[in-house]
Structures are given as C-alpha cells and as structure tokens.
Design a protein around this ligand. Structure first.
Ligand code: CMP
Length: 143
C-alpha cells in the first residue's frame, strides 16, 4: 500500500494544530503507520531539504525547521501521496484553497505549517531518512 511522509513543522506544533491535522488525515480514511515528536539538527534539516540547497530561502528554511520540535509521520492509503498534497494545499498559503490545511491555517510561505512528500519516490526517500529503524507504529512495544 502507498505511503507518504508528512511533517508538522515547528509553527504547526507551537500553534496547537497537531490534533486538527491528524484528524483531517484520519477522517479522510488514511492510516497512521508511524509518528514521533522530534527536534532535528541543522545537518539533518539540510539533508531533508538537500534538493533546495541552491534556493535563496534555503538558510531561512533550515532555521525554521530547527526552531522547535516537529511531528514526523508516515501515512498509508490509496493514492495517499497525491491526496495528502491536496489535503495540505498549495505550498504558498496565498494560493492554497480554503478547506486545505494551509488554506485554513497559514498566511506566509515561510511558515506554512506542514510538509508532505511530492512523489512516491520522495516519500520512499523521506521515510527512509526520518524512520531509519522502521515505523514506530502501534505494534511496537516497550520492555
Ligand atoms: P515544503 O512543502 O516543506 O517544501 C519546501 C519548503 O520550502 C516549502 O514547504 C516552504 O516551507 C519553503 N519554501 C518554498 N518556497 C519558499 C519561498 N519562496 N520562501 C520561503 N520558503 C519557501
């Protein structure tokens, strides 16, 4: 079954949007397969956004991502990569439709609350980067 990587960014966590975001994915019918609250360091953030390293906003983007904890998640379901992007809305909140997460909760492109993989291939890479030991799902146990 198709999987995607979703990250609630530091502004989403600080603003108390975690429950709302998870609820939207759950109500759609997707399955939460892995989730963790993490602080990432500069090197890790640069690796996650390596494809954007030449962009003028790269340094600011990295500062933003390391500014507080993020919620990293794996979601699973039919067409979850593309449909997840629709639930999230356009990258620039000025262009994201009302009813989408960014359309409802964001104003600035540099503070756009959430990230979602843009293809099945990026999802595979991002899941491997963020969950190197596999998803810590409800089946994991403590001893
Ligand atoms: P995300 O979906 O995480 O993918 C890349 C991120 O880069 C994007 O969301 C934004 O947070 C950020 N981004 C893209 N374009 C700009 C921009 N013009 N200025 C600042 N940040 C940007």
């Amino acid at each position: 079954m198709e999987q995607t990587f979703i990250m609630i960014k530091p502004d989403g966590v600080q603003r108390g949007l975690v429950g709302e975001i998870i609820s939207r994915f759950e109500k759609k019918g997707f399955y939460l397969k892995g989730m963790k609250l993490v602080n990432v360091d500069r090197t890790f953030a640069e690796r996650h956004y390596a494809d954007l390293s030449a962009k003028s906003f790269f340094d600011g983007l990295v500062e933003y991502i390391i500014s507080g904890p993020v919620v990293a998640m794996i979601w699973e379901g039919k067409n979850v990569v593309l449909t997840g992007r629709k639930i999230i809305g356009a990258t620039n909140p000025s262009e994201s439709a009302p009813g989408t997460i960014r359309g409802d909760f964001a104003v600035e492109i540099g503070r756009n609350v959430i990230h979602g993989s843009d293809s099945v291939e990026s999802a595979r890479k991002e899941i491997a980067l963020w969950f190197p030991d596999g998803a810590e799902n409800w089946g994991s146990s403590l001893q």
